[in-house]
Design a binder for this molecule. Sequence first.
Ligand SMILES: *Cc1c(COP(=O)(O)O)cnc(C)c1O
Length: 355
Amino acid sequence: MSRFFSEKYKDLKAYVPGEQPRDQQYIKLNTNESPFPPHPDVAEAVRQESSRLRLYSDPECTELRKILAERLGLEPDMLLMTNGSDEILNFAFMAFCDQNTPAIFPDLTYGFYPVFAQINQLPWKEIPLQPDFSIRIGDYFRAAGTVFIANPNAPTGVALSRDEIEQILRENPDHVVVVDEAYVDFGAESCLPLLRKYDNLLVVQTFSKSRSLAGGRLGFGAGSPELIRDLNTVKYSTNPYNVNRLTAAAGIACLQQDEYNRENCRVIMENRAWSVEKLKELGFEMTDSLSNFLFARHPKISGEVLYRKLKERGILIRHFTLPQISDYNRITIGTKEQMECLVRTIKEILEEKSA
Ligand SMILES: *Cc1c(COP(=O)(O)O)cnc(C)c1O
């Protein structure tokens, strides 16, 4: 830390992204990216748009919002496009929390939430998950703050039903409930259909996982026009051109080929079911994940050792050092071939250990 760094950030613990190694080719199952490239039309749209890079991007993302609104059955003024969904989450902390309105979220969830609270100097409260990693919805009734729920949750993959989230919405009429649906396209129920009924709901989604655009950085928030107006006030006070031209063009092409994305999600869910079965045969215990990852532990090998041994053999998974989950690893679902290789390699590691 330099002597110039603001006092107010002296305790700030920045978010630590998953490894993006450049030293060798890994089978990369550590950051929940899609194993499939974007549709070829995306590259073509980006190439064409590059001739217009001289000009600022459209701060309203007019065309992209129009297409997305049609797809989701919403109005364009219920959408705000952002630089990844991390940005809309940060905007939500800025817009809807303050000293008297803490951010409220589970003690085990997306690691960025406490960071957003800290950088904005906001109070936050963590509510423990149940021992089986599920969320007890009653814990969020009359919450006295802005609720953030990742659904399905990260890194556990466990999801609430839409009905359960609706109860949380109903029990918090005077607070915003943010539902982070980064993984919703892999089998959980979206809360988008509740948007016209609840003015306190903000649904956050991303193109990073189910639409193969993690490197493009595109996400969005969906809410009542009033909530979206507030979030726009924050956006226009920080970065009006938050979605660049290439990313907006990529997003439009991506939506025009959404059947391709849906098919990829279907394959990932199929590979997930296959991987669950094989890993259970090898003795793993795991949560019932509705995401593009598994959250798994093995009674005979620690999470850390398994992570390390897989890395030595060219496979990256995500290990967390948090004491309560240090037995666990998060394993992104890849292609069938990648998952076959993972299962084969784990089998070797376990055999080697018991030999
Ligand atoms: C990946 C992820 C995000 C953010 O992804 P972006 O790439 O910024 O869109 C948000 N929430 C959760 C729970 C995630 O796992």
